[in-house]
Write a protein that binds this ligand. Structure first.
Ligand code: NAD
Length: 298
């Protein structure tokens, strides 16, 4: 029999992820604090909306959460009315949110104390990857727990990396996003410099995409409007990975670096750039709008 899955958090990422699980034949009992998010998922075959998180996990063998940040995950699972007080022994919990490694570790220890197996499994691939079922899962936790989760993860994604024990998935996710944040900001600077000298941003990007400056920022999510038709930059920087989410992830990277005495000079600089971009009123736009800090031509 296919396991009954509780899916908590039906936002930009969680909504399409829950739909892909339902398409794979799992019975999904879902919940979100936002009635708007619930309404959107309610029409999908195989998805039943529960009245509360507690109702959604009733009889669930697997619980998946996809929430904004550490405080949401801690308040869902921990405390006197947290889910860990009601989950039965042997339940598998997979948290796909991007949160602080220290927070992921804390929740996994509390879960272990109650006989609940837990993985941190943050994702990469964005809303397009969530909809297409091609996400990359970046996992921390015990290997045998990951084996139990693998078929479920493969219904939502195509790559799975086991990074180590609990919280290692979150650390790896922050490393990836810190590199992405720096690369996006400097790609914007490079294009702005070229354009200021009269170069065509599209030709410059095409050259860079087959040269040593190539990256996801040149080829897939180019920050210059009109270079790539499907990039957020070409639709007013809407509908991508929000500046505020990148700012959150860089803040987590700074925190994680301080925890072990690592130095991340460019990561810290990038955190400040996305903070300035937020102050300029672009917090909810795609993070590639950071290029607006260095050019008035975009
Ligand atoms: P979102 O804000 O669209 O969705 C989060 C949802 O969680 C909201 O609908 C909110 O109402 C709900 N929620 C909050 N607390 C809850 C609770 N206690 N119970 C039930 N629901 C609750 O965010 P998103 O874009 O879906 O991102 C989710 C996570 O994935 C974040 O940690 C983000 O950093 C990460 N992420 C996002 C992207 C992206 O491109 N959007 C890519 C990779 C990773």
């Amino acid at each position: 029999t296919t396991p009954h899955i509780a899916f908590l958090g039906l936002g930009n990422m969680g909504g399409p992820m829950a739909v892909n699980l339902a398409k794979a034949g799992y019975a999904i009992h879902a919940f979100d604090l936002s009635s708007e998010a619930c309404a959107k998922a309610a029409g999908q075959p195989g998805v039943t909306i529960a009245a509360s998180a507690a109702a959604a996990v009733d009889a669930a063998e697997i619980v998946i959460s996809m929430l904004p940040a550490s405080r949401h995950v801690e308040s869902l699972y921990l405390g006197d009315d947290g889910l860990l007080t009601i989950l039965s022994h042997g339940t598998l919990v997979i948290d796909c949110s991007t949160i602080a490694p220290a927070s992921a570790f804390k929740v996994s220890q509390a879960a272990a104390a109650r006989g609940v197996a837990m993985l941190d499994a943050p994702v990469s691939g964005g809303t397009a990857g969530a909809a297409a079922g091609t996400l990359t899962f970046i996992v921390g936790g015990e290997a045998q727990v990951l084996e139990r989760a693998r078929p479920v993860l493969l219904a939502m994604g195509k790559n799975i990396f086991h990074m180590g024990s609990n919280s290692a998935g979150q650390v790896a996710k922050l490393c990836n996003n810190m590199a992405l944040g720096v690369i996006m900001a400097v790609t914007g600077e490079a294009l702005a410099l070229g354009v200021a000298h009269g170069l065509d941003a599209k030709v410059l990007s095409q050259m860079m995409a087959v040269s040593t400056g190539r990256s996801w920022a040149t080829e897939v999510c180019n920050p210059w409007p009109g270079v790539l038709e499907n990039a957020p930059a070409s639709r007013g920087y809407t509908g991508g990975f929000g500046n505020d989410l990148m700012l959150k992830d860089l803040g987590l990277a700074v925190e994680a670096a301080m925890g072990v005495g690592a130095t991340i000079p460019l990561g810290e600089l990038a955190r400040n750039l996305y903070a300035l971009n937020k102050q300029a009123g672009r917090g909810s736009l795609d993070f590639s709008s950071v290029v607006k800090l260095v050019s008035e031509k975009v």
